[in-house]
Design a protein around this ligand. Structure first.
Ligand code: AMP
Length: 436
């Protein structure tokens, strides 16, 4: 890193050409998998009014309390067409679910055949403390299934996440943690029991947990602090406090996961950091990541969110995956991801005349849809062929003085090194056969 040069802001990074093959690979797998699942892609604006996150995720959550990036207008001047929008705070989206719930309501998706299945892929922004696997700009892909309350929809949703990680080659490295955190019917009872239990331990809980005790005691269960964990170990288990309807929902979900042979781990402490979840919550993480620092996927059911945002009561379930973390794992596990071919055909030329011929051949090749590159520079034949090799060309076309006079071309197979001379006229035909 040179001193004095402007760097990327903390917690952000460039995605260089060398890494792009992983992004194309993941995007292709994700698009195909969601296509098979019957979900449609949605894109929502990167900026939204902060109120949707305050309503959806909860004011007391870390995301809303500490991690939102506010968008500052360069002018306070009220623009005629914006009206009262100027008074509203806009933020960069920290996640997708709240924006998609807004889009569902705004676009009248309740009149579409239910459930509506939507998938997404794109950046999210959180003013997190940067650390391994935690960025301030990160990318997520995910799924929301809105308009159905059956436990089988939870199963289908978890299955889709599992299938994608499996198709990416990660099946053997992952585990699903699952829990139910109840609904409006039993949540108060659960909270009360937890408050009663933790009350005696308040002086021994960390400051964050003391805050959670007041704002949302369920979230104490999620604390990673070693001292708190010891106390949490003795806390009442949410599953024992669920109402009958929530218990039945959870039981049916687990049974269907069993029948699909998706291995999962019942984690009675899993609550997740967002307030909008009801009933099912789940995370998919790496088996050897005991400290849960690098969860790959998080999700759950959010039956009250759409009502909270001004719509009808509409049950829904969804999940989000972190692309950067998945790429890190794919690299660590050495999963073979094909390079993006930059060129199939490279044109190598010696002399001015040959270069002119090569240039016009380049145009014809591109018109015919061949990925082609003209090797430029005054390098020797050997040097040019080396460059062609680095570009990953399958075939090099060599044009020297003789070939310009004979109207021929030397075709070199870059894999086995064999060469043949063919007429320039017949070139396209030959390439079509060789590169089909
Ligand atoms: P969450 O909405 O926090 O449950 O996030 C869902 C998934 O997105 C996580 O399991 C991570 O894979 C990913 N993710 C969330 N926050 C970040 C971040 N700051 N940096 C990188 N990935 C993240």
């Amino acid at each position: 890193m040179s001193k004095g040069l402007i760097q990327t802001p903390r917690g952000t990074k460039d995605i260089l050409p060398e890494e792009q093959k992983f992004w194309f690979y993941i995007f292709d797998v994700v698009r195909d998998a969601f296509g098979i699942f019957g979900a449609k892609r949605i894109e929502t604006p990167i900026i939204e009014f902060s109120e949707i996150y305050a309503k959806a995720i909860g004011i007391s959550t870390d995301i809303v309390d500490k991690e939102l990036f506010e968008v500052k207008r360069t002018s306070n001047r009220a623009l005629d067409s914006e009206g009262d929008e100027n008074d509203k705070i806009m933020v960069l989206r920290p996640e997708y679910t709240a924006g998609i719930a807004r889009a569902y309501l705004q676009n009248g998706m309740n009149t579409w055949p239910q459930p509506v299945k939507l998938w997404y892929f794109g950046p999210g922004f959180r003013y997190d403390r940067p650390q391994a696997g935690r960025y301030r700009i990160f990318n997520q892909f995910g799924l929301e299934v809105i308009g159905d309350d059956s436990p089988l929809t939870d199963t289908a949703s978890i299955l889709s996440a599992w299938q994608i990680l499996k198709k990416l080659g990660l099946e053997k490295s992952i585990l699903v943690d699952i829990n139910s955190i109840g609904d409006a019917n039993c949540r108060e009872k659960i909270k009360k029991k937890l408050l009663d239990y933790f009350q005696n331990f308040l002086p021994h809980l960390c400051p964050d947990c003391n805050r959670r005790y007041v704002e949302n005691p369920l979230r104490i269960l999620d604390c990673k602090n070693a001292k708190c964990q010891k106390i949490i170990a003795g806390a009442p288990q949410i599953i024992d406090l669920l109402c009958d309807a929530c218990k039945t929902h959870f039981k049916q979900l687990l049974e269907s996961l069993d029948s699909l042979q998706i291995p999962y781990n019942l984690n009675p402490r899993l609550v997740r950091g967002l307030d909008y979840y009801t009933r099912t919550v789940f995370e998919i993480y790496l088996k050897d990541d005991t400290s849960r620092q690098r969860t790959l996927i998080g999700g759950g059911r959010y039956d009250d969110l759409l009502k909270l945002m001004g719509g009808e009561q509409t049950p829904a379930v969804g999940w989000a995956a972190g692309v950067e973390r998945i790429i890190e794992v794919i690299r660590e596990e050495g999963i073979d991801v094909k390079d993006i071919p930059s060129s199939d055909v490279c044109l190598v030329q010696i002399g001015e005349k040959a270069r002119k011929v090569a240039l016009s051949l380049l145009v014809s090749l591109e018109n015919e849809g061949f990925r082609s590159s003209l090797i430029i520079g005054k390098e020797s034949l050997k040097g040019q062929l080396r460059s062609a090799g680095k570009l990953g060309c399958t075939i090099s076309l060599i044009i020297g003085q003789r070939e310009t006079i004979d109207k021929t071309i030397i075709l070199k197979d870059m894999d086995n090194g064999s060469q043949e001379t063919i007429s320039q006229k017949g070139l396209i035909e030959v390439l079509r056969k060789k590169l089909k």
